[in-house]
Design a protein around this ligand. Structure first.
Ligand SMILES: [Zn+2]
Length: 445
């Protein structure tokens, strides 16, 4: 039996915070508490120090949150992050497709998967829904590397049988065989889950979409991931390719691809009928603010999503996005919502990146909260890194006279906005340190 007791300021959520409620009752803040972990699982949270039989890791004065869940990110696109001057469709042709071709090579796929997962952990992301490439070996490499790290990973080979260059196209029957093999080998093994992965409606024939829907029907518990309504040229192209569909989203619905385990990235150019369809099928949108700004795709309307009542999680969408950091992603999310005339609290943002994502993926029993029974996927953060953030945090905590101490939301919002991977002190996956080596507070002498 392995035991570990972590001390710090614990922050998590017990419900869904309203987008603009700074005093949300769904916030649970337990300053200077102990989190007791046994065999990878949280077994208790308490104010008093545990007995001598608990090895202690003292992070007092630091923030402990559930590990972030990135619900839409592309493993092979670390090669093209921060590429200049393109919108979605030419960005795919110019940068992304050539980069993805490299992943046909098993050695590249393996090295790429390891680099990618270690990078996620170094940014405080402990679970993810990931795009590999069309090559079966690229998803296999991710499953293998995630298994070694004990991470919850949801992925699968990408389906693309048209409108993609040579070397990046599959066909219906070959793709079906590859998917079936991956489902048999990986789905439900350890913390791996298989996602039927349609790149987007443009790159799959109706026959392939039907095959993808058939996989979801035949195998209970599979995920589905894809892109939807990211960019206006893309939306127009989908309308040309599928004239019988009511909307872009409806293409997926008609092929049986929307259910409670469907994760659709972007969803910027949706109407209320689409939003109602998401709500009624239980599918949810992965909001990718940094990617949407970087590629100039548009401004996701979170308030309308909330009004209709479909789920929203947060995602980096690297390489369209410019950082794997969910904190930087949240800072961009706030700005996108500000341009929409809405203010997103730190609570709404952090919830979407932790418990909200866990609930949207049907994994709230496993991760997303600092709660007995959950696996200990969590991260320890410095409240501030660097002189500006340190000063700002001192203002928030009332250490700069004569300014009064500010609310907890003011402090956490400043942290969310100013912090990034440099604030990360330790990351634990199922109770095991997997990110930066924990640097502990020494016992007072
Ligand atoms: Zn994407």
């Amino acid at each position: 039996m392995t035991r570990r007791a972590l001390r710090g300021d614990l922050l998590d959520f017990t419900g869904l915070p309203a987008l603009g409620d700074v005093d949300s009752p769904a916030v649970r803040f337990r300053p200077d508490h102990w989190l007791l972990i046994e065999d990878g699982r949280i077994v208790a949270v308490q104010a008093e120090a545990p007995g001598e039989d608990w090895p202690r890791e003292d992070h007092r004065g630091r923030l402990i949150l559930p590990g972030f869940v990135d619900t839409h990110v592309h493993c092979p696109q670390l090669d093209v992050i921060a590429s200049y001057g393109a919108t979605l469709l030419d960005w795919l042709q110019t940068y992304t497709f050539p980069a993805e071709q490299r992943f046909a090579d098993p050695a590249v796929a393996r090295a790429g998967a390891e680099l990618f997962l270690d990078a996620l952990l170094a940014h405080g992301t402990t679970a993810a829904v990931v795009f590999a490439t069309v090559h079966a070996v690229s998803a296999e490499a991710l499953f293998e590397a995630a298994s070694v790290r004990g991470m919850r990973i949801i992925t699968g080979k990408v389906l693309m049988d048209r409108h993609a260059p040579e070397g990046l196209r599959d066909d219906v029957e070959g793709a079906r065989r590859d998917c079936e093999a991956q489902i048999a080998r990986w789905h439900g093994r350890g913390r791996n889950a298989f996602a039927v992965t349609v790149r987007f409606a443009v790159t799959s024939t109706p026959e392939q979409l039907a095959m993808a829907g058939g996989l979801l029907q035949r195998h209970e518990g599979l995920y589905m991931q894809t892109h939807v309504a990211e960019n206006l040229d893309e939306v127009r192209w989908v309308q040309e390719l599928f004239p019988q569909a009511r909307s872009y989203l409806d293409v997926y619905h008609q092929h049986g691809l929307l259910n409670q385990r469907s994760v659709l990235a972007h969803g910027i150019w949706l109407d209320d009928a689409d939003r109602a369809l998401l709500r009624d099928t239980g599918a949810h949108i992965a909001f990718c603010p940094s990617s949407n700004l970087f590629l100039g795709s548009g401004l996701f309307n979170w308030a309308e999503a909330r009004a209709v009542g479909h789920g929203v999680s947060l995602a980096s969408d690297v390489g369209g996005g410019t950082s794997l950091s969910m904190l930087r992603t949240l800072a961009e999310a706030y700005k996108v919502q500000a341009l929409r005339g809405t203010r997103m609290t730190a609570w709404a943002g952090l919830h979407a990146a932790t418990l909200g994502a866990a609930e949207a993926l049907g994994l709230a029993h496993e991760l997303g909260a600092l709660e007995p029974g959950r696996l200990a996927d969590l991260c320890v953060w410095d409240w501030a890194s660097g002189p500006v953030a340190e000063h700002r945090d001192a203002v928030a905590t009332g250490q700069v006279a004569p300014l009064p101490a500010q609310s907890l939301h003011a402090r956490v919002f400043a942290w969310m906005t100013l912090a990034d991977e440099r604030n990360l002190r330790a990351a634990y996956v199922a109770g095991q340190p997997r990110g930066p080596q924990p640097r502990l507070i020494p016992d007072p002498v």
